[in-house]
Design a protein around this ligand. Sequence first.
Ligand SMILES: [Zn+2]
Length: 552
Amino acid sequence: MSIASEVSTDLLWKHLESICQWERYTGTPGENRAVEYIAGELEALGIDVEIHEFDALISIPGKTSLDILGGAPGQIPAITAVFGASTGEAGVSGDAVYVGETLAPEGPVAGRIVVADRMLSPGRFYAFESAGAIGQVYVNMGYAHEMTVSTVWGSPTPESVGRLPVTPVVTLSREQGQGLIDLVKSRGEVKLHIHAEVDTKWRRTQMPVAAIPPPSGSGEYVLVAGHLDSWQFGANDNGAGDTTLMELARVMHNHRGEFKRGLRVAWWNGHSHGRFSGSTWYADQMFDDLRANCAAYLNIDQPGCRQCTIYRPFCTSDISAWVKDAVSRIGGQETEPAAPRKMADQSFWGVGVPSFSFLPVLPPDAPDLQKDHPDSGFPEYWHNPADTLDKMDRDLLTEHTRLYASALLELCTAGRFPLDPRSTAGVIDEALAGLEALAGSAFDLSPVAGAAARFRKSAEALMEKSDDPDALNRAARRISHALNAVLYTRQGPFDHDPASGAAVMPGLQLLAEYLSAGPESHDGRVLYTRIVRERNRVVAALEEARRIAASV
Ligand SMILES: [Zn+2]
């Protein structure tokens, strides 16, 4: 019997209904009840579940309102975003400045309250706060969406703690906020008063991780995970992912006798309320284990809602050929996997673990499509109390779980694990061509081009070998470790980049800033020093990857 046919719609639905009876804010009794439920159900099947307990900086939203002062006073009930500042009783008052859809200040905002169209992003919030805005009001295009406003990835460190927001933020639905925008545009001078309560503190949190080892006793494993915390009762985001993970654990456990490597299933906490604090804690605490044993990481977020009929995969380059093939062969859809983005608990690029997601989304003509970012393929009820069970589609949830189960079984039973460093060479060449076109003669990228060419040759030679799959697997994984940290991070293996922006070879992408600052300027010279070091980092990683490939 194929594993896909073992997926039970009834069990998926039973667990979904159970999980969605609790509001799952991290470190609160609601999330802990869900932890207990997941562990209890899986342990009853004979699956080992470890509940990790640790402290994390967690932020939970409270009562928030926006007052329009002066001529036509009025109070608008509102929501805030977690990690925004609490105003206390006094609140924060100031003159409004309308900034439209801009992502960064184009005029003076210091000492004023920004009123913006569309959803906030942490990078956008940070740009206005850094320019001196004392508060920010975001008027979404449809519903008001709950958000996280911190650019700090996971719990803060001495280096990142200074980036935590220090000013308040308010989000309004279009219905609530259009009048305010009209007023600010027509009257020019409008005084606003923000009252926002945010409960940000270190909390004890619980995070369940199930392990299904292979019969050989090998420590190697594939990691599959999604976030457990939710906004309110969060059915699609991510009760659906949580029940999918439970069903995957059950059906994969039935196939454990076929495993060449094990499966580890994690329900991350703190995805929203700790800005990826759970997966970041795991990356930090399990660093050695992940390096030595983790073959790949699959993230599952918001599957199985109505109208959610297309896959939009993203992945690290090393596993992209297989991801494209799996979505085509098993999912029946032709896709072009994209580079990974700063979402979906992508906390493992520095460790270097190959990472992928199939991400089911809504097609461009779906009625439920989100108004703020229709391109995202996310629904309008995303991060809103309207994300309830009636938005879920039992058949699509089953179909998505079948794809995940078939794909995971392939990975857990593969002799030759499907990493292909030639794809990585292709992604490097493409990114380098873009950088060379940008730099012209203003910055010398030839050391990177030379190292990339040598790496490509050795990767091609490696993939022609077939005699020892274990040796090839080991080499391909070590190449991923060497390259993913420079392809997708600036911080490297032992820290985490800010939670905003994403680019291939982000260190070298500073070239754009360097060129616009002007090579002769002070800022340009400062950037030049940085970019030379980034070039050294990339060249060293490529040389290490080449040596690994040549050593087999
Ligand atoms: Zn989610």
